[in-house]
Unconditional design. Structure first.
Lengths: 130, 367
C-alpha cells in the first residue's frame, strides 16, 4: 500500500506534516490497523515541551495500551479534541480528521533527517509484515 | 516473547488465515484474536450471531458406571445427579480450595460424560485426571482431534436449524444432544460464553472446516461473521462470566470468585471442601466484584484499586463495554470495599480515576 505523499514518517509509525514552523502529528494507517479498534487516547498538554522520539501519550485499543511517540520535538500548540471524544476517528481517518496534535518546531531541518520519506516508510512496513 | 512457531494450530487455522485474522498465542495454540474488528464482532453476537473456533479447548471423554461419582470427588458442583443430556458448569479444586480449572461437564447417558477444559489448563488437567483415574473408568482425550465451533447470538437457532437433524427448540439451555450436523456425527450443546443464546458443535476435526464455511455462508446475508478471542473476552466480561487466570486461579477460590452457587457443601466430600467451607463461613475473604467507570481509560488487569485512599485490591479483567458504554472490569478486593455502590479509585499510569463497585453480571439478555 502506498503511503500518503507530503508527509514524513517515523519508525514508530507516526506521521508528521510540516507547514512552516508547525507540524501536525498523527499515527499511520498501518499503526491504527495494527492496534485495532481505538477506544481511548491520551494526548500531550498544550504548552508542553516535547523531545523528538519522546513518549508523549497513550493510544488504547480494546485489547492493548500503546505508547504514543512524537516524530518531532518542540512545543505542543494544539491537540485534536475530536479524537478524545470519538477515538474511532483515528481508525477511520488516520491521516486526516484523526490527527493527534500540532507542535511548533524550531529546528525542522535538523530533525527531519531522522524521519523517513513515504517510500522508505512503505519499505519498512513491507518488511514488518514478512 | 512466545515463539509463534511453537504454537499448535486448530483444524480451522487455514480458515482463519483465509479471513485475514490476527493470530495470537493462546493456551498453546495460535488463535484468532480478531478478524476485522473486535467491536464489530461483539456487535454481531449481541444483535445477530457470530461464529467462534473453540477447538483449542480440550474435550475429555469419560466412560464408566462410576465416572460421575469419581468426578464428584474432584469438583465443587454435583456431577452424578445430572440428568442425561444435561450440561453443568463446575470447578476442579485443589486442596486449598483454589481452582485447577473451571469446566463444563456434559452427561450423555448412564455411563458417558464429557468435560471441556480450558486450553491453558489442558495438559495440567490431563495429568491430574490420569493420575486419579479409577479402575473401570475409561478416559479418552479428543484434544486437537475434535473441533468445537460455537455459534452465538440471537439468530443462532434459526441459522443452525437447517444443518441439524434434531428440533433445536427441544435442545434447552445447558443441555446437549447427540445428533448429525451437516452430515457429521456431532454433539450439539446449548452452551456458550457470551451471555447470548447459542450452540456449541463438538465434531470430529475433519468435518469442521466444511461446517464452519457452511454456517458463515448461510449467515452472510444476516451479517453473521467469524469472531475472535478479543470479542469473546468482552462478551464474557459483560455477562459476568469468570475467565480462568483472571477471576479464578489456583489461588483464587470459587467462593472468592462469587461462584458460591456452584459450590455444593451438601456433597459429603470433595477436594478442597473444608477450606472452602471455612472461607465461606468466616466471610472475611477478598472477593471478585464488578467495577464500572463512566469515562477515562479502559480498566485493565493489574491496576491498583483504592478505597478511601487505602490500596484494597487490584483489577483482574477489564475492557470498554460496547453494550453498557463506559469501562467495565472485575477486581479482587477486600470485603470492606466489595459492596455494590462502593466508590473506589483505580490507579492508571500514576493517576487515580473514580469508579464504582457494581453487582455482576453487567449484562443480562432479555428472555
Amino acid at each position: 500500500m502506498a503511503q500518503p505523499q507530503g508527509l514524513l514518517y517515523s519508525k514508530e509509525h507516526e506521521w508528521a506534516k510540516i507547514e512552516g514552523d508547525v507540524a501536525t502529528i498523527g499515527i499511520t494507517g498501518y499503526a491504527q490497523e495494527s492496534l485495532g479498534d481505538i477506544v481511548f487516547v491520551e494526548l500531550p498538554r498544550i504548552g508542553a515541551r516535547i523531545d523528538q522520539g519522546g513518549n508523549v501519550g497513550v493510544v488504547e485499543s480494546v485489547k492493548a495500551v500503546s505508547d504514543l511517540f512524537t516524530p518531532l520535538g518542540g512545543e505542543v500548540v494544539e491537540v485534536n479534541g475530536a479524537i478524545e471524544e470519538d477515538p474511532g476517528l483515528v481508525n477511520r481517518e488516520p491521516f486526516g480528521a484523526g490527527w493527534m496534535f500540532k507542535v511548533k518546531v524550531a529546528d525542522a531541518a535538523a530533525q527531519r533527517d531522522h524521519l523517513l520519506d513515504p517510500e522508505a516508510y512503505d519499505q519498512l512496513i513491507q518488511q514488518a509484515e514478512h | 516473547m512466545v515463539n509463534p512457531a511453537a504454537q499448535r494450530q486448530t483444524v480451522l487455522y487455514d480458515e482463519h488465515r483465509a479471513l485475514a485474522a490476527r493470530m495470537v498465542p493462546f493456551g498453546g495454540f495460535s488463535m484468532p484474536v480478531q478478524y476485522e474488528s473486535i467491536l464489530k464482532e461483539h456487535d454481531a453476537v449481541r444483535k445477530r450471531a457470530g461464529l467462534f473456533d473453540l477447538s483449542h479447548m480440550a474435550q475429555y471423554f469419560f466412560t464408566g458406571a462410576d465416572a460421575g461419582a469419581w468426578l464428584d470427588g474432584l469438583t465443587v458442583n454435583h456431577v452424578a445427579n445430572m440428568r442425561h443430556g444435561q450440561a453443568r458448569y463446575n470447578v476442579f479444586t485443589n486442596e486449598r480450595g483454589g481452582a485447577h480449572d473451571d469446566v463444563i461437564v456434559y452427561r450423555f447417558d448412564d455411563e458417558r460424560w464429557m468435560v471441556v477444559v480450558n486450553a491453558g489448563n489442558a495438559e495440567k488437567m490431563l495429568a491430574y485426571l490420569r493420575e486419579r483415574l479409577p479402575a473401570g473408568v475409561e478416559f479418552v482425550s479428543k484434544h486437537g482431534i475434535n473441533a468445537n465451533i460455537a455459534l452465538q447470538g440471537p439468530l443462532s437457532q434459526r441459522l443452525l436449524a437447517p444443518f441439524a437433524d434434531v428440533d433445536l427448540a427441544g435442545v434447552k439451555y445447558y443441555t446437549s444432544r447427540e445428533c448429525v450436523v451437516d452430515g457429521a456425527p456431532a454433539i450439539l450443546a446449548r452452551t456458550g460464553y457470551t451471555g447470548e443464546d447459542g450452540f456449541e458443535i463438538f465434531v470430529d476435526g475433519e468435518h469442521a472446516p466444511r461446517i464452519w464455511r457452511a454456517l458463515l455462508q448461510a449467515g452472510r446475508a444476516d451479517g453473521v461473521i467469524a469472531c475472535g478471542l478479543g470479542a469473546r473476552d468482552v462478551l464474557r466480561l459483560e455477562a459476568g462470566m469468570p475467565l480462568y487466570g483472571h477471576e479464578l486461579s489456583e489461588e483464587i477460590t470459587p467462593v472468592q470468585a462469587g461462584l458460591a452457587w456452584v459450590v455444593k457443601f451438601d456433597k459429603p466430600a470433595f477436594v478442597g471442601r473444608e477450606p472452602l467451607e471455612r472461607q465461606a463461613r468466616a466471610d472475611q475473604y477478598a472477593r471478585i466484584v464488578g467495577v464500572k467507570a463512566a469515562d477515562g481509560p479502559p480498566l485493565r488487569e493489574g491496576y491498583l484499586v483504592k478505597h478511601e485512599d487505602l490500596p484494597l485490591g487490584e483489577m483482574r479483567s477489564g475492557a470498554p463495554s460496547p453494550t453498557l458504554g463506559g469501562n467495565i472490569g472485575t477486581a479482587l478486593v477486600a470485603k470492606q470495599a466489595a459492596a455494590p455502590g462502593t466508590r473506589i479509585a483505580v490507579e492508571i499510569r500514576a493517576r487515580e480515576y473514580p469508579a464504582e463497585v457494581v453487582a455482576l453480571p453487567f449484562y443480562k439478555r432479555a428472555k
